[in-house]
Design a protein around this ligand. Structure first.
Ligand code: SF4
Length: 384
């Protein structure tokens, strides 16, 4: 398949791995953060970490929208469905994320709440059109990638006069989270030498918003595509910048990302959303100007105003290290619950549930197992 097969070529991967091993300076370590959970899964699915020299380590970032959503927001969504009796539309990943007191959207649904799994914002609109007597709330989450479709849904709802449709907005912004991670470097924070920038987010915002990273933190950034060869080529580009003591924003994913991004999508976001003063992120705390709310012109469609609920408890499960995993200061296998109490069938934290979570990536592809032990491999997921 064009743009897929050629970026999964085993021969080229081995060649790139040899070049990285040759060019990586054995006298130093390379700690590269892949911000996006999609990259974490690509790295573990295709065994990219195993192809790297021992002194090059990928550090997982907070770029998983389900994982960074604080538990309190899931508590609030459940309260909207249970206390206000709305039809809550949500993506599948969120259904099993633990909420406070061992609840979840799935358990609330089993208890009688009208919670429906959707695949797109258009599904939520369809449910609203077909059920005019019911209030339908879209539980909207995600980084800049998924924000424009929510904006389109709101514009369509307004144009059609869908008064029973509203949005519980949890869209978050990438640059403030990246800034927080980099600013936390120190004895308690994560030490990084470079950043693999997200793919999908960057198709919307472009590469320009990352230019503060070299300017303020003297670290290189390479915007990387999602396929294994994309990740490996981007890694080589970072190694070369680090070796040359350069730091700039480079774009490996030129087939989809430009410096200025998608102007149409950005205009849509500016029209429909406004930046919140602050927002809570799991693992990172309250970050200023790091999330979106509905703009005043769309306040009629704001579920938080239409269906007020008390702030959730947001009490994390004892022993779950998701906050540290999201900050890059712990690996999933450092968590005592990993693979014992916590598995995808019985998740204790969002990082094990989400298809972009770091714990799920470690578990699904079995890379945490010591060499020689029985690997847990899905068909087609092995290394080159
Ligand atoms: S393994 Fe489970 S409990 Fe531990 S950090 Fe990951 S999601 Fe949380």
């Amino acid at each position: 398949m064009k743009y897929i097969d050629e970026f999964r070529d085993g021969g080229l991967a081995r060649k790139l791995a040899r070049t990285i091993a040759m060019e990586a300076d054995p006298a130093r370590a390379y700690r590269l953060m892949e911000f996006c959970g999609g990259h974490t899964h690509a790295i573990y699915r295709y065994g990219v970490q195993d192809l790297m020299p021992d002194n090059l380590k990928f550090v997982h970032g907070p770029g998983c929208p389900v994982c960074v959503l604080p538990m309190a927001r899931i508590d609030q969504a459940i309260a909207m469905a249970v206390e206000h009796g709305v039809t809550l539309c949500t993506y599948g990943d969120l259904m099993r994320v633990p909420a406070s007191e061992r609840r979840s959207l799935l358990k609330a649904k089993a208890g009688g709440a009208d919670i429906r799994m959707i695949y797109s914002t258009q599904d939520a609109l369809t449910i609203a059109r077909r059920n005019r007597e019911r209030q339908v709330v879209l539980f909207a989450i995600g980084f800049e990638t998924t924000t424009p479709p929510t904006a389109v849904a709101l514009k369509v709802a307004r144009a059609e006069g869908l008064g029973n449709f509203s949005v519980f907005c949890n869209h978050v912004l990438t640059p403030p989270a990246l800034k927080t991670i980099l600013a936390s470097a120190g004895p308690d924070g994560v030490q990084l030498d470079g950043i693999l920038g997200p793919s999908h987010v960057s198709t919307i915002i472009g590469s320009r918003p990352y230019e503060f990273v070299p300017a303020a933190f003297a670290k290189p950034v390479v915007i990387a595509g999602f396929e294994p060869l994309d990740v490996m080529q981007s890694t080589l580009m970072l190694v070369r910048q680090i070796n040359a003591h350069r730091c700039t924003v480079e774009n490996q994913y030129t087939r989809a990302v430009t410096r200025d991004g998608n102007a149409k999508a950005q205009a849509l976001m500016d029209e429909v959303f406004a930046v919140r003063e602050r927002f809570e992120w799991r693992g990172l705390g309250y970050l200023p100007a790091s999330a979106l709310r509905l703009a005043d012109a769309y306040a009629d469609f704001d579920a938080e105003q239409r269906f007020p609920v008390a702030p959730g408890h947001g009490k994390e499960i004892k022993g779950c290290e998701c906050p540290s995993v999201l900050r890059g200061t712990m690996e999933p296998t450092d968590c005592k619950l990993f693979g014992t109490v916590c598995t995808p069938e019985n998740p204790m934290g969002a990082c094990m549930v989400s298809s972009e979570g770091a714990c799920a990536a470690y578990w699904s592809y079995g890379r945490f197992r010591k060499k020689g032990s029985e690997p847990i491999m899905k068909k087609g997921s092995g290394p080159f």
